[in-house]
Design a protein around this ligand. Structure first.
Ligand code: SF4
Ligand code: SF4
Length: 345
């Protein structure tokens, strides 16, 4: 059977209520995502978070208060900070230091442009645990094209070097790479490059619809980045699975890569397995609203509620029911992919 036809079929339809029951059994979030800002210093072709409606974003002291509330509820947890571009907030190192002083594990996702040597070393000094940097291509002109900003490739390479060569010892440096039509040929090369340069993982993300647009299952039909050669997509995903089995530098499970084949063939179809959003994680937006999934309505407001009140609210149970029947395809992302899926291979 060719790679193109070796497609795991849909196993089952999501059973309404199944995921909600699981979420309730699992209990507290172990990972909390902070979307610290909707502001970004660039405007990538595959993301329009910067186009979201603006409001008054929280200040440092308000974020520290949210960290304290979450720590009171959960004890030490895993904090994943992203944006927009989180380093547009000059006070971000202070927030990271505050979380680290409570033994909270902190990772930050960034496009790398604002990370100069003094900032990288400061982050190491305050005990940042991991940095996740966007890299979509090893061809500078293509990375810069898709990131829509000349010089981005050069800056992310420099940021990697600042972390890896720091005298105080490095941290886990991960790459995040979005799968496009134009970078299929080099996805495995990126994994090799990461391994040779002693980075921890490269996590591959399927191209999805932009954040700020209303949901449209046919969005991909007008995307210049959508992979159009399905046989090549399958071969590449198989190569990444093989790479992962040998070297671990690929951050995606083989089951997840296999499920992506179904998505790339049927991007407007219903998901083939439940999304785990809100089961082990939760999220806070730049205004202090608390979420089980950023694409659904919030479950409360951490400026006026405790996280526990919001997490056990009627609204939270409504969101859990919505997640169990959600028809979108972001269940393929690492943070919400069900690891115990029947697609595991
Ligand atoms: S993908 Fe990241 S760097 Fe690009 S616009 Fe979105 S938030 Fe900014
Ligand atoms: S599939 Fe996407 S929108 Fe739906 S619940 Fe999961 S993360 Fe949220």
């Amino acid at each position: 059977m060719s790679a193109a036809t070796d497609l795991t079929p849909p196993i089952k339809k999501v059973r309404p209520g199944h995921h909600a029951a699981e979420a309730i059994r699992t209990g507290l979030p172990q990972v909390v995502h902070f979307s610290i800002t909707d502001v970004c210093n660039i405007s990538c072709k595959q993301c329009d978070i910067w186009a979201k409606k603006k409001g008054r974003e929280l200040h440092l002291e308000e974020w520290k208060g949210i960290v304290d509330k979450l720590h009171d509820w959960l004890g030490p947890f895993v904090l994943k900070i992203a944006g927009g571009e989180p380093f547009v907030k000059k006070w971000l190192p202070d927030l990271i230091g505050h979380a680290r002083s409570k033994n909270i594990f902190v990772g930050v996702s960034s496009n790398g442009i604002l990370i100069d040597r003094p900032l990288a070393w400061k982050l190491l000094d305050i005990g940042l645990n991991e940095i996740n940097l966007s890299l979509d291509s090893l061809r500078p002109e293509w990375h810069d094209y898709v990131r829509n900003y000349k010089g981005t490739f050069q800056r992310v390479m420099e940021a990697i070097r600042y972390f890896k060569e720091a005298p105080q010892g490095s941290i886990d440096v991960n790459l995040a790479c979005i799968i496009h039509h134009q970078n299929l040929d080099e996805l495995v090369d990126i994994a090799w490059w990461a391994k040779e340069n002693k980075l921890r993982t490269v996590t591959y993300q399927p191209l999805l619809q932009n954040f700020a647009e209303s949901y449209n299952p046919f969005w991909y039909k007008t995307s210049e980045l959508w992979p159009r050669d399905y046989a090549k997509v399958c071969r590449t995903l198989d190569d990444l699975s093989a790479f992962r089995r040998k070297h671990w530098t690929v951050g995606n499970l083989p089951a997840q890569l296999n499920t992506m084949k179904y998505y790339f063939k049927n991007p407007d179809h219903e998901p083939v397995q439940p999304c785990t959003a809100g089961t082990n994680d939760a999220a806070v937006d730049p205004f202090g609203k608390f979420y089980l999934c950023f694409n659904l309505d919030s479950i409360g407001d951490l400026m006026v509620q405790t996280p526990e009140e919001a997490h056990t609210s009627h609204l939270a149970n409504q969101r859990r029911a919505e997640i169990s029947g959600c028809g979108r395809n972001c269940y393929l992302l690492n943070c919400v992919f069900a690891e115990d899926s029947e697609h595991m291979s």
